[in-house]
Ligand binder design. Structure first.
Ligand code: COI
Length: 354
């Protein structure tokens, strides 16, 4: 085991917390007093620095800006009912972060930096963790190439950082979704399974066009036939057909292995549903809708938690759902929230206390 690197801490002189109402927060707009920063150079990680949240000084030649070696994670910490603070499954995000790093030819970040550093940072800003329902401290670890040279090659220097944002819900209402057939998010052999910044940038035009048509997000389909569904916007997707929940399998490497997706699969099984991770065609979804067997459609994600879909449009065919009558997604959401807020037993050891 590598010894935990020394952490240098420089505290703010005055906390900004007094200026912020933790009861009514938009998603991702406010940031806590401190941030974590550590540089990688010559094959080694340097000293972990926790310092006042502040702008970065970067050269215009910064490699990440030009060629996109940039990855991130999204994690949440909650204030439990007894006042303690817990991070939800950070080790799963830690593993996924390093899978993304490997795919983008970036160095892996050691657990002592990612997990221990995150814990130290949250501990310092612990008063920023909201207690209100549907609120949390959103944790954003990220890493980018920091070489200052414009040749195309994996960078030799990187910066890993963590910032924290006290936050409310990402989506507030059930969503209308447009099934995308023109643009694609991911192909087998590509970077769809990595949490690479470019995946999000590449998705924005399709989303903007769907918004112009009155939809909230797109349902991505496969690149070859536009027949098999992948993800909804920035979320994994589930379809409840009869007593089975279906979600696209991870086999092609086109889908992000969501931590909320994995938690949902576990909880849905505990609720007595079968869960199948498999290829799901849009034709199958339409057939199930026509026979009345398609009961619920919802997205899962760290930011979005469980988000209901009230309309799916494929070509001229519109599938509408009365989300008020749903049973499965609301119960899944309640059970997940109860674990995250420390109301029920954490039997899977998903909570990592600060
Ligand atoms: C998350 O769910 O944490 C995400 O990363 C999605 C989005 C906010 C980019």
């Amino acid at each position: 085991m590598i010894a935990a690197p020394a952490v240098q801490i420089k505290r703010v002189e005055r906390s900004k917390l007094a200026d912020i109402n933790l009861e009514n927060l938009p998603f991702g707009k406010y940031f806590t007093d401190h941030m974590l920063e550590v540089d990688y150079d010559k094959g080694k990680w340097g000293t972990v620095q926790i310092k006042p949240y502040q702008p970065l000084m970067l050269e215009p030649s910064l490699a990440a800006i030009h060629y996109g070696q940039s990855i991130f994670e999204g994690i949440k910490a909650y204030r439990l009912h007894n006042g303690e603070i817990a991070i939800f499954r950070p080790h799963s995000n830690f593993q996924r972060f390093n899978i993304s790093a490997e795919r983008m030819a970036m160095p892996v970040v050691p657990e002592e930096i990612f997990i221990d550093g995150m814990r130290e940072l949250i501990n310092l800003d612990r008063n920023w963790v909201p207690a209100k329902a549907d609120h949390s401290l959103y944790i954003r670890p990220f890493m980018f190439a920091s070489d200052e040279v414009i040749g195309v090659k994996p960078s030799e220097r990187y910066k890993f950082m963590i910032i924290l944002s006290p936050t409310g819900p990402y989506y507030t209402a059930p969503m209308r979704i447009y099934v995308e057939e023109k643009y694609v998010r991911a192909v087998a052999g590509g970077v769809g399974y990595a949490k690479a910044a470019g995946n999000y940038g590449g998705a924005m035009l399709a989303t903007a066009e769907a918004k112009r048509k009155g939809y909230d997000q797109v349902l991505w389909t496969d690149a070859h036939e536009h027949k098999y569904v992948q993800e909804i916007g920035v979320m994994n997707v589930f379809f409840v057909i009869g007593n089975t929940a279906y979600t696209p399998d991870l086999g092609q490497g086109t889908i992000l292995a969501g931590v909320t997706r994995d938690s949902a699969i576990t909880i849905l099984r505990e609720m007595g549903l079968s869960v199948e991770e498999t290829a799901i065609s849009i034709d199958r979804i339409m057939d199930a809708y026509k026979t009345g067997d398609l009961r619920e459609v919802f997205g899962t994600g760290t930011a979005a938690t469980i988000s209901y879909i009230r309309e799916l449009r494929y070509k001229d065919f519109v599938m509408e759902f009365n989300t008020d009558s749903w049973k499965t997604a609301p119960e899944l959401k309640n059970r997940l929230n109860a674990i995250r807020e420390g109301e029920t037993e954490d039997k899977h050891s998903w909570l990592f206390k600060i």
